[in-house]
Design a protein around this ligand. Structure first.
Ligand code: ADP
Ligand code: MG
Length: 453
């Protein structure tokens, strides 16, 4: 049921009359209540518009019950009453017009479809995280937020995308948004210039059922963006949506983030992924070999053991190493029986890639870094912004600056980027990671050694 405008006016006049008879506070009546108007009466809800924010506040605090009683008396109904200010109503109208023309938030962000629960190997180290992830994905429980933390390369992004992919498949009507906290910062900088721009962005988030935010640690020290994130976080929690957050530390160790945000993070369920045990690593290796189209039996046990032992701290590096071995063996046509010797040889060959004394250039860095992470140079130089590729790109940019001392503008040119601020942001990101992330330290050290060998 919805009521026409003139009817609304008549109803409000009757309500006003009754209130006037019941209150002795003439000042409030004349200046706050009388200038209100009824915006709508739909189904069970009545919306009353107060002349300004202060009036709204006072009416809510002191006159809410009186107005509601009289309204329900006049209409012989049982409405819920919402009092808004004129100001809010104007903004609301402008959000909807904004929404029609601008639905392009986070258009470059997407879930990586290759990461699913099916290809996630479960072991002691990640069982709790896996169980919680499957719980919320299948809508059996809500933890707000589900906070997953681990060192880099241990499967946070994989698990998070698995949640997203599962939900999309099982509940196609649910809206899933996967972004990194860097994406959130980028989008905030791009779209929010003033207060009025915040509302359309909030409005956009209101429509999301599963918000998946990867690597929250990058939100540190971005005060304005943090406030916005805090508001959106509360908005979604209040409307019973599901938020999943990943981080490289537990909530209480997140530095550079506002206390109230950290407190909210800790109010949900926090789970960690630990360093995987050997059996899990071997399982993962076998699964990755299969997913590359090979039979795991071609690897001798001690070859797999050697790999698992050498890369036990970081599954991403383990996978990179495996890919390099498969690559070497495909090119040398040796895919029947991969022995420990062959694995060791593959690593030696890898290190020969950079010839001694060869001059280091930006191009050389791009080539070595993309090889190291098993990407093509085209991928590294592309505009693809998946988590992994943009991190590898940032590492290459970082090395151009730290080893060659190139200007950000010249690095931007080598990476086919228009804007040198991208380079600066990438440099800072890696520089920050180096302070806390052992895997990153190791990678930068190995790459630098390879380049300088
Ligand atoms: P993080 O986000 O923690 O840095 P990722 O989720 O990006 O780590 O994982 C790095 C790589 O390791 C990915 O390719 C992922 O598929 C793989 N990986 C991590 N954990 C597992 C697992 N339990 N089973 C299968 N693959 C895994
Ligand atoms: Mg990740």
């Amino acid at each position: 049921m919805s009521v026409k405008l003139d009817q609304l006016d008549n109803i409000w006049k009757l309500v006003l009359k009754k209130i006037e008879n019941k209150t002795e506070d003439r000042t409030s009546f004349n200046s706050l209540i009388s200038p209100c108007y009824l915006e709508s009466l739909t189904n069970s809800k009545a919306v009353l518009i107060a002349p300004h924010d202060v009036a709204k506040k006072i009416l809510n605090e002191n006159f809410y019950q009186l107005i509601l009683n009289e309204l329900n008396d006049v209409t012989e109904s049982n409405f819920n009453l919402e009092i808004l200010s004129k100001n809010e109503i104007q903004k609301k109208t402008s959000y909807s017009s904004y929404k029609q023309t601008n639905n392009n938030y986070f258009e470059n962000c997407c879930l990586q479809q290759k990461y699913t629960f099916n290809n996630f190997v479960v072991g002691k180290s990640n069982k709790e995280a896996y169980d919680s992830a499957t719980f919320i994905a299948s809508n059996q429980a809500k933890f707000n937020p589900l906070f997953i933390y681990s060192k880099s390369g241990l499967g946070k992004t994989h698990l998070m995308c698995a949640i997203g992919n599962y939900v999309k498949n099982k509940f196609p009507e649910k809206k899933v948004l996967y972004i990194t906290s860097n994406d959130f910062v980028d989008e905030f900088v791009k779209f929010v210039r003033g207060d009025s721009d915040k509302e359309p962005l909030k409005e956009f988030f209101r429509g999301i059922d599963y918000l998946l935010i990867d690597d929250i640690q990058f939100l540190a020290n971005k005060t304005q963006t943090e406030v916005m994130f805090f508001n959106i976080f509360n908005l979604l929690v209040d409307s019973n949506k599901q938020i999943v957050i990943t981080s490289d530390t537990p909530p209480n160790l997140l530095s550079g983030l506002e206390e109230r945000l950290v407190t909210r993070f800790a109010q949900g369920l926090t789970v960690s992924i630990d360093k995987p045990e050997k059996a899990t690593l071997i399982e993962i290796l076998k699964m990755k070999i299969k997913s590359n189209g090979f039979n795991p039996d071609i690897f001798e046990d001690d070859a797999l053991d050697y790999l698992a032992n050498s890369f036990s701290n970081d599954i991403r590096s383990l996978e990179g190493a495996l890919n390099r071995i498969l690559f070497f063996n495909v090119t040398s046509n040796n895919l029947d029986n991969i022995t420990l010797e062959i694995v060791k040889q593959a690593f030696n060959k890898e290190n020969e890639h950079v010839k001694k004394g060869e001059k280091i250039t930006a191009e050389k860095i791009i080539s070595v870094v993309s090889r190291y992470y098993n990407l093509t140079e085209t991928q590294l130089l592309s505009n693809v912004r998946t988590n992994q590729i943009s991190l590898v790109r940032a590492i290459a940019m970082y090395l151009c600056r730290s080893i060659l001392n190139l200007s950000t503008t010249s690095i931007a040119t080598s990476f086919h980027k228009k804007d040198h601020t991208t380079v600066l942001a990438a440099y800072k990101k890696v520089d920050n990671l180096l302070k806390t992330d052992d895997a990153m330290k190791k990678a930068i050290k190995q790459l630098t050694n390879q380049l300088k060998a």
